[in-house]
Design a protein around this ligand. Sequence first.
Ligand code: B12
Length: 305
Amino acid sequence: MTAETATPARPRALTRYKPYWAKRFGPAPFLPMSRAEMDALGWDECDVIVVTGDAYVDHPSFGMAVIGRVLEAQGFRVGIIAQPDWQSAEPFKALGKPRLFFGVTAGNMDSMINRYTADRKIRSDDAYTPGGEGGKRPDRSSLVYAQRCREAWSDVPIVIGGIEASLRRIAHYDYWQDKVRRSILVDSKADLLLYGNAELQVLEIASTGMALGIDPEQTYEVASFQLRAGDVLLSFTDGLTDAVNFDEQRFGKERVRGCVRSVLESEPDASAARIVDQIMWTLRSFRGLRVPNDDVTVVAVRVTG
Ligand code: B12
């Protein structure tokens, strides 16, 4: 008889990803809930916006604060939209378009449990709203919020999480409708559902980004340009523009344009390879010995003939 011993997998560290460049902003006193608060922090956009059915309380007993602060510690800029008016998409645009995704949660409780008693009477209070006031969130908040986020910015991925999404992740019996409902992922039309304590998963998604490629479900804009001899087509990953130097400045698009212009001024017939070399050389001298915060890909095409 052979005895097999299994070594339990070591838990993956929350900090195993390279911090995102915005880490230089440091922790915000509170995660911003308005454009004015974003401006005060020097942010032009949020990377992730968490929409929640609870009031924003910056405390570890509030899911949005835990998820938001974990993402922030990794360098992401996180905004909060708490208990928005769900009648239109406008309140969901309050912080602009998130760069990565919307994180949607009903809050610390299932919204139906939060709103109704076991004998289906409406609750008069809400333990997760200032003053304990009821009526600050809709029935099935995850569905409604996800829908409004989609209306606000149709091309932004939506990630749902928290207790409502987690407990309704597969077909389930719904006490209020007395029927079996399908997965909330299908009904909410969200892109992803994160089950349970989602700190690791949410970091994984934010840090690795969306896959590069053509998604057959998406609609893409098609445009045509008449290219002429000498034109340069340049594409690059955000690792180039987001590279940071010791003065905490970003490389940015203007520097990329500057590189191309300066090569073409001194060498009008410069090849695509020469242009890429110039960009990479300028990036290296800009960044100095600072450790790169992301990978960099640059593709140049030079029209000849
Ligand atoms: C503390 C607490 C209370 C306190 C709240 C005080 C307060 N204002 O903080 C009090 C005692 C008032 C209370 C009351 C009630 N409670 Co209570 N309560 C809890 C308890 C023990 C902890 C909640 C908490 O702090 N969680 C910590 C946060 C951080 O966890 P979280 O929200 O789940 O967040 C994590 C994940 O869900 C996820 N996540 C969260 N948000 C997001 C967002 C995104 C985008 C993603 C990706 C992931 C994600 O990641 C987070 C971090 O790991 C929970 C049990 C539990 N362990 O959760 C029950 C619990 C929430 N309560 C519950 C219930 C039923 C009630 C009552 C209805 C009881 C009653 N019959 O009166 C009342 C509500 C009354 C009302 N009018 O609202 C149930 C809810 C069940 C459900 N399916 O929703 C729970 C789950 C207990 C249980 N297992 O039955 N409660």
